[in-house]
Design a protein around this ligand. Sequence first.
Ligand SMILES: Nc1nc2c(c(=O)[nH]1)N[C@H]1C(S)=C(S)[C@@H](COP(=O)(O)OP(=O)(O)OC[C@H]3O[C@@H](n4cnc5c(=O)[nH]c(N)nc54)[C@H](O)[C@@H]3O)O[C@H]1N2
Ligand SMILES: Nc1nc2c(c(=O)[nH]1)N[C@H]1C(S)=C(S)[C@@H](COP(=O)(O)OP(=O)(O)OC[C@H]3O[C@@H](n4cnc5c(=O)[nH]c(N)nc54)[C@H](O)[C@@H]3O)O[C@H]1N2
Ligand code: SF4
Ligand SMILES: [Mo]
Length: 768
Amino acid sequence: MEKNINPARKVHVVAPEKLTGIQWNTPPEYAAGITGVKVAMEHAVKEMGPVRAFNTLMKMNRKNGFDCPGCAWPDPDDKRSVLGEYCENGAKALAEEATLKKVGEDFFRKYSIQEISSWSDYEIGKSGRLTHPMILKEGKTHYEKIAWEEAFELIGKKLKALDSPNEAVFYTSGRSSNEAAFLYALFIRAFGTNNMPDCSNMCHESSGVALSRTLGIGKGSVTLDDLHKADVVMVIGQNPGTNHPRMLSSLQKLKQNGGKIITINPLAEAGLKKFKNPQKTADFFTGGTGLTDVFLQVKINQDIPLLKSLMYKLNTLEKEKGGIWDQDFIDNKTQGFDDFLQDLEQQDLNELMQQSGVDEKRIDEAVGILAPAKKIIICWAMGLTQHKNGVENIMECVNLLLLKGSIGIEGGGTCPVRGHSNVQGDRTVGIVHHPNPVVSERIKEVFGFEPAMEDGYDTVGSIQAMYEGKAKVFVSLGGNFVPAASDTYYTARALQNCDLTVSISTKLNRTHLIAGKTSLILPTLGRSEKDHFEGKERYVTVENSMGRVHASQGRLKPASRYLLSEPDIVARMASATLGKDHVVPWLEMAADYNLIRDKISKVVKGFENYNKHAKEGFYLPNNARAGDFSKLPGGRAKFSVCQVPQYDLKEDEFVLMTIRSHDQFNTTIYGLHDRYRGIHNERRVIFMHPEDLEKNGLKPLDLIDLISEYDGIIREAKCFHVVPYEIPQGNLAAYFPETNVLVPINHFADGSRTPISKSVIVRVGKRK
Ligand SMILES: Nc1nc2c(c(=O)[nH]1)N[C@H]1C(S)=C(S)[C@@H](COP(=O)(O)OP(=O)(O)OC[C@H]3O[C@@H](n4cnc5c(=O)[nH]c(N)nc54)[C@H](O)[C@@H]3O)O[C@H]1N2
Ligand SMILES: Nc1nc2c(c(=O)[nH]1)N[C@H]1C(S)=C(S)[C@@H](COP(=O)(O)OP(=O)(O)OC[C@H]3O[C@@H](n4cnc5c(=O)[nH]c(N)nc54)[C@H](O)[C@@H]3O)O[C@H]1N2
Ligand code: SF4
Ligand SMILES: [Mo]
């Protein structure tokens, strides 16, 4: 595929294939401990200096402070630790945002976009915080300063000049507050489109679809407290030690209460083996808490046959001695049981187990734990969602919970562990590409305009539309679209086809360089920063992974006095596009977030008396948590019959999962280490089973290229060290975004259209 599309621009679409000097050792046995504290402080002090680092960290996740800009893991509802409620990767997320380094006018005068694009994503991110609104004019190679007012006028002019509102696309990444997201979605609908691609489309969309269909709510059903009270927690397709580190404290609590943990993953992730709690002195002197009781080392995307094997064996026990299933729950609260059971009973158990790649002995151990358990929680993340059958993966998990009557009870339920800190909230308050008629009706009543009703583009749909010239303006509220999306060269071309691209961002990233004909960077406040308006301090609200909404108030001096808050930027875009006399008082609402919250409480269910409750926090209504399935078609929770995924791999083909290192937040690269997997100073790494190395005539650290071939198109990612690793044979792992070039744009999950980033079929070629 053509690589440097715009001849005037000649920018690097992906990071150069430069090696940084790998060091490689045996992965550690446990996560966190004193090294975690040390690394956290190193990152914070390096970016912020010691005083700012200490003071700011103590405000994070506090009741009167700001919400961690990292993941969506919840804080405890009541007591907070005096040592600080954050983890190593929360400290890194904060350090990245609160850095003292700046990217201002001088920076852009000095460096052309071509030059910046030749840096690695790590180097680009480490340049610092954006300080001024900037424009890249048509045919130019350097960004220049632009006044805010001029930038908004340009956006308004370009949007109004489109033949149809559907020629604009408005992306959201999950760090925006509820206030910003609500205003943004309102503006987009008032403008006349539902083209609202969202990072969720690449993330937990499969969970949303599966859970809505089966349980009537696209969110998880458990609270943090449930996790401590469960009999069994299953952690499937998730790496909490890196991506939700404080979840390990909750799992430790569960173990102390006598609960058991079953882990299902192709990799024995360090965090799930053993955990040393940095907040417990005793843990410094002992080996820490062993977390996983049974580890099922499943092959990539063979969770369905594995779950079926578990349920098959449980069903045999049920028939032999009874008392395994919750028959009462099945009879009174569910539908589709007979079809499900018929399908399960006709499966070939040996075939299922063989396909899963897991030993029967281990499966029996897991069955032994599950059989007597009643309170079961299943936690999952991208290891289940990013496959062609991502939706069915989750439906199969729901089947197991329904059989055991484990939904809507204390200590039992679904726990999709969400990614970005407010990705769930953004969806709740309106960032969805398929409009809900009830919400649209309320918008009409409350604001007095007719919102757009046609379904809009999701992420894949937007990229295709821009590629084909059907969409011409791209606006993004946060995120780093080009490297985050699949098929990097295709996506880059899509963006470069646009007349205008607008990025509302805190930090410089590659998407700013792979711009439309004209491009704007609009710098915004981060979570940790004070948000003043005419002398008054404002606060925002967010929703965590377990459906609790709470306030977040920044405490730091902003990176530049030219920054605007996200709601201010959205409101001024809206005002410039729809006119100062529009029925929605955009500027007034942005000036006082209480007015936005008032409107949210009128439009979105569950936010009644929002302003009154925001500061102390509240849970949103959740029918699955309440065990109420009456609103589902048929009035009951739903069993599903899920198909076993089939791979017909050729001799030289592997299944590749693209995953996160310990030193990154999605496309933001904090550092070059992946400590828990024993990798240091290098990201260009492929993990492979030692026998697969041998079979392919490879030695450890040899350099290889990866090739994927879908629909006759060859895609390549070059120059990676191969590292022998405890991973199932025939499977590979590598970091994203370096390998996103291999993920084909038109291959995604059925029903959710999430790219197949965890099961890409590839071949391996040795570099000459
Ligand atoms: N520090 C840090 N925190 C983050 C992020 C980050 O990048 N850095 N990203 C945030 C975001 S947006 C998200 S969505 C979450 C992501 O959190 P995770 O989903 O934990 O992230 P991944 O690295 O994609 O890891 C997926 C895990 O699934 C396993 N896996 C892959 N394929 C399969 C499979 O077929 N079956 C099973 N059973 N397991 C499989 C992998 O081995 C890996 O352990 O984390 C959030 N938190
Ligand atoms: N191959 C592969 N691809 C994947 C995945 C995978 O596992 N494998 N995971 C997918 C997943 S789960 C996700 S969620 C997406 C992530 O996709 P995105 O959300 O688009 O990407 P991020 O890297 O999180 O975005 C980082 C940028 O956000 C901006 N930013 C940070 N904080 C703020 C803020 O407070 N406000 C604003 N306005 N901007 C801010 C900064 O400029 C930063 O450069 O990637 C997906 N892509
Ligand atoms: S677990 Fe997530 S939200 Fe909590 S401190 Fe760590 S990164 Fe931040
Ligand atoms: Mo995500």
